[in-house]
Design a protein around this ligand. Structure first.
Ligand SMILES: C[S@@+](CC[C@H](N)C(=O)[O-])C[C@H]1O[C@@H](n2cnc3c(N)ncnc32)[C@H](O)[C@@H]1O
Length: 223
């Protein structure tokens, strides 16, 4: 996959909450969501082993990135946080060239349109500042996908604010199925569901959570 043109597209990454949060993020208690996400993703990763790199959008400390590489696929992890990427680099070192990590803002990235699979695990979309930015990111992900390529996203719905069991605390960062369906006509939505499940990610992130899952495909005939 072609590297993004750093001169044209490398916007500076603004203030980073993960400067602080990265110190507690990468703990065993935090593994439940990436593990559950990866159980669903794994068959797709295995199918993608011979193809171009999988895109791990907002790869953070590399909890999913590493699993993808361990299953034999190559992967590009993209994240705006240097401390999180430093953790990912350490975690993924043993997989050598199979893992590439890019320090980029998702809303400013440009990648060659060849990925068959892109994913965003762990409320990455809720960390984007507002809906227009989420739309911009999904628009650029759509361009980075080959026709027919799949995008898998997980996040929180507004009800998560009542539960207070993790994720950002601002209502404007939470997304309902209706809102996502209305906003993403550029992708074919294959699965979009709100659900409530108990997750345990350690202190402050334990209990019933209001989640949303999206599986979408770049239309095969799109340009
Ligand atoms: C909750 S963490 C999830 C990390 C990882 N996907 C996981 O499941 O462990 C959210 C990640 O999104 C990244 N992120 C948020 N907004 C971003 C943006 N605009 N550009 C790039 N990365 C961003 C953060 O730096 C953080 O690492």
């Amino acid at each position: 996959m072609r590297e993004p043109d750093a001169t044209r597209y490398s916007h500076p990454v603004r203030s980073d909450p993960y400067e602080v949060f990265s110190r507690v993020y990468d703990q065993d208690v935090h593994l439940e969501i990436p593990q559950a996400f990866y159980r669903t993703l794994r068959p797709l990763v295995r199918d993608a082993r011979k193809g171009p790199p999988i895109l791990d959008l907002g790869c953070g400390s590399g909890l999913v990135t590493e699993r993808i590489a361990a299953d034999g696929a190559s992967v590009i992890g993209i994240d705006g946080s240097k401390p999180m990427l430093a953790l990912a680099r350490r975690r993924c070192r043993r997989w050598g060239d199979r893992v590439r990590l890019l320090h980029r803002r998702l809303d400013a990235m440009r990648l060659a349109p060849e990925a068959h699979l892109a994913l965003a695990c762990g409320d990455v979309i809720n960390h984007l500042p507002r809906l227009p930015v989420v739309k911009r990111v999904l628009g650029s992900v759509r361009r980075a996908l080959a026709p027919g390529g799949l995008l898998i996203v997980q996040g929180y719905t507004p009800k998560q604010l009542e539960y207070g069991t993790g994720g950002p605390k601002r209502a404007e960062n939470m997304y309902t199925a209706k809102l996502l369906r209305e906003s993403f006509g550029m992708l074919d939505i294959l699965h979009l569901a709100e659900h409530e499940d108990v997750v345990d990610e350690g202190a402050g992130h334990r209990g019933l959570s209001a989640l949303i899952d999206l599986v979408a495909r770049r239309p095969a005939a799109s340009s």
